[in-house]
Design a protein around this ligand. Structure first.
Ligand code: ATP
Length: 345
């Protein structure tokens, strides 16, 4: 089976005694890119599953930066006690410019060799996977990706770790904004995260009953935005709420407010940028379960000899997708949800 070419399923799930390939001994793990709630749950599952397989775990702190600096910890099962409910990442994370260069990755490969690491598990988003894919290809290192990003922008998994928590955090915040918008009969423009993908905006917008949702995936015509808002005001609703993804071509909520001021100046208009509040917080049950499944599956995938793949859950089943497909394929927004925003607003 060539992982580079196809999406595959995992077999003999979670039963080490069924495994024929027990020669792997040491697994490296790191979290990289933006933190997302549930990364700790994934790390915990990696460690606990590795323990079942008698594999040892070396964790690198602060993402690829820690790998280059050989900033590591040998991890025992007890080290991951009491972290499943914590947001952020106990392994810390960082953006690392040096790793983007081939010389940086040479250094990383040397560190992995020095530790006799057989496979590296990276928990992060598309950038993390791009780096991992290059490291794997250039230095023949076995790498497995676990999708940990609030953006949900990776193909090969229905949801990424942290997405559900971010949705709920944003929805809670918007519910509170709605209360004050109602009280003052205001127009609120709420900006949520999503530079290239509108998943958070779309689902929080639907969940919070937004009058209008603006996404990077669909072209925003200012004329249409104005016409929709005028309709809303005609209906004399108590408030109007527009959810804007930060990557929408209007330039985000602040820029949009400037463009709307001329036509809607007589209404009280407020801009609220939710920002980093969306990244933090205790992971939802759904994220913890997803993270636990994916963490365990990553170790299982190594045990079965897979490499250069991302573990993901598609329609309820565990799937392995080549890393370069996970970050190189544009994940489609569900058209049914887009349609819904036009029908129920
Ligand atoms: P998030 O989705 O939360 O932003 P991410 O994994 O996409 O997470 P990035 O900052 O894009 O976050 O990437 C994390 C790290 O991966 C970078 O700091 C860099 O070290 C490495 N990386 C990103 N892109 C590349 C690339 N094209 N080549 C090599 N390494 C890369």
């Amino acid at each position: 089976m060539r992982d580079e070419e196809c999406v595959v399923s995992l077999s003999s799930y979670y039963f080490p005694e069924f495994n024929s390939n027990r020669k792997l001994k040491k697994i490296g793990v790191l979290t990289s890119g933006g933190d997302s709630p549930g990364m700790n749950a994934a790390f915990r599952a990696v460690v606990r599953t590795a323990n079942e397989f008698d594999y040892s775990i070396v964790a690198f702190m602060q993402g690829y930066q820690g790998l280059l600096d050989n900033n590591f910890k040998d991890i025992k099962s007890e080290d991951v006690s009491g972290i499943i409910q914590r947001g952020g990442t106990v392994l810390k994370t960082a953006r690392c410019e040096e790793f983007r260069k081939p010389e940086g990755r040479v250094k990383a490969a040397e560190v992995l060799k020095q530790h006799n690491i057989d496979a590296l598990i990276v928990i992060g988003g598309d950038g993390t996977f791009m780096g991992a894919s290059l490291l794997g290809k250039e230095h023949d290192i076995s790498v497995i990706g676990i999708p940990g990003t609030i953006d949900n922008d990776l193909a090969g998994t229905d949801e990424t770790i942290g997405y559900d928590t971010a949705l709920n955090t944003a929805m809670d915040a918007i519910d509170k904004i709605r209360d004050t918008a109602d009280a003052h009969e205001r127009l609120f423009l709420v900006e949520v995260m999503g530079r290239d993908a509108g998943f958070i905006a779309l689902e929080t917008g639907i969940a919070s009953g937004a009058e209008l949702i603006l996404l990077p995936e669909s072209l925003t015509h200012l004329k249409e935005v104005k016409a929709s808002l005028k309709e809303v005001f005609k209906e004399q609703r108590r408030s109007s709420l527009v959810v804007v993804a930060e990557g929408d071509e209007t330039g985000g909520a602040l820029k949009l407010s400037e463009k709307l001021r001329e036509d809607f100046g007589k209404y009280e208009m407020r801009v609220c940028i939710l920002g980093h509040i969306q990244r933090g917080g205790t992971p939802t049950a759904r994220d913890r379960v997803l993270a636990t499944r994916l963490g365990a599956a990553a170790v299982k995938a190594i045990n079965e000899g897979h490499s250069q793949v991302m573990v993901g859950v598609v329609n309820g089943s565990m799937k392995l997708t080549p890393l370069r497909m996970a970050f190189g394929t544009k994940k489609d927004i569900n058209p049914e949800l887009i349609e819904l925003t036009k029908q129920v607003k």
